[in-house]
Design a binder for this molecule. Structure first.
Ligand code: NOJ
Length: 541
């Protein structure tokens, strides 16, 4: 039987508003993506994942969906989505779309109906509307906090228009992202329909947003832990066992379709074993390995995380899905350029430590070769293949991430990793749009990293990714098996089939074994030594 594609695929994450703007309004769009698909074919990825492009007031850049079956005019229309899927398939690229089931936008028709309906009504039962505590219900129902800062509850006006404010609604994220009530069968049925709609249109899978939060503990008990995205916590709103029923139900729907449609979980849970529960044979197919993304630049930590996550996934027959970047975290170049490399994934502003992006790029390239040498599936976030750093000096007045506003302007949030792509160095907005329009400015450093400066350039980060992807495919590394090799404390070393992967993490230069052919390296290798903060792929047989 052919191996299912998602087991070893390299998937490129497109953040639609920042990829390619075809209209000149400063926002990327679906036709812009279609034009650039051959670029992704040339890079050598197997699939694309698109962050949400559905109808949305964009309070959280589209993760606040007002209608799951409509494309937001900012990005195009349904015919554009259809064309994108068809064109991708012609180029042998699979397409994964984002599914946001934990919450809708407050502009979704269900929420609007709920606001004008009585407490206890069918309309309110689709969300978590709860009476407040205190004599007049003036206190929130519990002490939960929003991931973006502030309380997770907002009080609303009463439906009769008298101005009495009798109920509160839950939003684990922004006030404009009310949480759906997944104990409600009508909610479950609606999402069955949403899945079928996109599957019928031809998508190859779904990335499931905050997959671990849909089901809340009975009675919504108090819990006052501070938390941020990617923190793996067990709490009454996270990783409740009941959530697995949802994925078993979805898996049955996907299995009705041909073509190995797949589900990838965005779930920040306590440990690899909890994550593996999402990957049991009748649930999801893959899940992002955020422990790997969040790892400090430290060889022992990498060894531990790679071993424990692979062991947990193998126990349920699932591949491990490696990731270093996405639209929520400090880009790896800047993360690894911190004084304590990789110690934080929070966005940075001008007042914060400014990363050493030169050291960071060296490490990010080494990390990429380590990642792409591992068996399993992997994600590459747009611009990662160029070695783009985070924009860490974005003027505050341009910030759009709700984290910035809800944290009382104390956490700058994620805009710095969502900057428009750099295509052509000499064009206005670096070729992102036809007329120089762009929703956020690129930093100066992006020009020399633009696509046209790197494609075909020996030693460029783009060529490193392209070569790694080609070799990975040729040598079937994604389907290989890992065997640890003992080289030195500071070196992550393993064999994967005919390839030995070595990553020197902050250690002194290490002699390469004699007689091995160097297939690829993240920095030039001379005198047979693997330098500090570098990776190499060697042919061992
Ligand atoms: C995770 C998404 O990746 C992030 O961008 C979003 O803000 C939250 N989920 C809420 O949908």
């Amino acid at each position: 039987m052919a191996v299912e594609w998602w087991r070893d695929a390299v998937i490129y994450q497109i953040y639609p508003r920042s990829f390619a703007d075809s209209t000149g309004d400063g926002y990327g769009d679906l036709p812009g993506i279609v034009e650039r698909l051959p670029y992704l074919r040339q890079l050598g990825v197997d699939a694309v994942w698109l962050s949400p492009f559905y109808l949305s007031p964009m309070a959280d850049a589209g993760y606040d969906v007002a209608d799951y079956l409509t494309v937001d005019p900012l990005f195009g229309d349904l015919a554009d989505a259809q064309r994108l899927i068809e064109r991708a398939h012609e180029l042998d690229l699979r397409v994964i779309v984002d599914l946001v089931p934990n919450h809708t936008s407050d502009e979704h028709k269900w929420f609007r109906q709920a606001l004008v309906s009585e407490p206890g009504s069918v309309e309110r039962a689709r969300y978590h509307f709860v009476d407040g505590r205190g004599e007049g219900g003036e206190l929130p129902p519990n002490n939960w906090k929003s991931i973006f800062g502030g309380p997770a509850w907002t009080r609303i006006d009463d439906a009769d228009g008298t101005g009495d404010r009798t109920q509160w609604y839950l939003h684990l994220f922004d006030v404009k992202q009310p949480d759906l009530n997944w104990d409600n069968e009508e909610v479950r049925q609606h999402f069955d329909d949403v899945l079928r709609f996109w599957l019928d249109l031809g998508v190859d899978g779904f990335r499931v947003d905050v997959a671990h939060s849909l089901v809340k503990a009975d009675g919504l008990p108090d819990w006052d832990e501070e938390q941020a995205m990617l923190d793996g916590l067990v709490g009454p709103m996270w990783d409740q066992d009941g959530v697995h029923d949802v994925y078993r139900r979805w898996r049955k729907i996907l299995d009705e379709y041909d073509g190995d449609r797949s589900l990838v979980a965005e779930a920040w849970v306590a440990d690899p074993e909890r994550l593996a529960l999402y990957l049991r044979p009748d649930e999801m197919h893959t899940a992002f390995n955020f422990e790997f993304l969040d790892c400090r630049w430290d060889a022992a930590e990498y060894r531990e995380i790679i071993a424990s996550t692979m062991a947990a996934d193998e126990a349920v027959g699932a591949p491990t899905t490696w990731v270093l970047n996405n639209h929520d975290v400090l880009r790896s170049v800047s993360r690894f350029g911190l004084t304590d490399p990789g110690s934080s994934h929070e966005g940075l502003g001008s007042e914060d430590e400014q990363p050493d992006n030169e050291a960071g790029l060296r490490r990010a390239r080494a990390a990429a070769l380590m990642m792409l040498g591992l068996p399993g599936s992997a994600y590459v976030y747009q611009g990662e293949e160029l070695g783009l750093p985070e924009h860490t000096t974005l003027p505050d007045e341009l910030r759009q991430d709700p984290t910035w506003f809800r944290s009382g302007f104390t956490r700058v949030g994620r805009d710095g990793c969502r900057i428009p792509m750099a295509w052509e160095a000499a064009e206005p907005a670096l070729g992102f749009s036809p007329n120089g329009a762009r929703w956020l400015p690129q930093p100066d450093a992006y020009a020399e990293l633009a696509v046209d400066q790197q494609v075909g350039e020996d030693g460029s980060t783009w060529e490193l990714y392209r070569s790694a992807l080609a070799l990975r495919k040729e040598l079937a590394l994604g389907r290989g098996t890992l065997e640890w090799v003992d080289v030195a404390d500071d070196v992550v070393a393993f064999d994967n089939g005919p390839v030995r992967v070595l990553t020197n993490v902050l250690g002194s230069p290490v002699a390469l074994p004699e007689g091995c052919e160097v297939l690829l390296s993240s920095t030039p290798i001379d005198d047979g030594m693997l330098p500090t903060d570098a990776s190499v792929w060697l042919r061992t047989s």
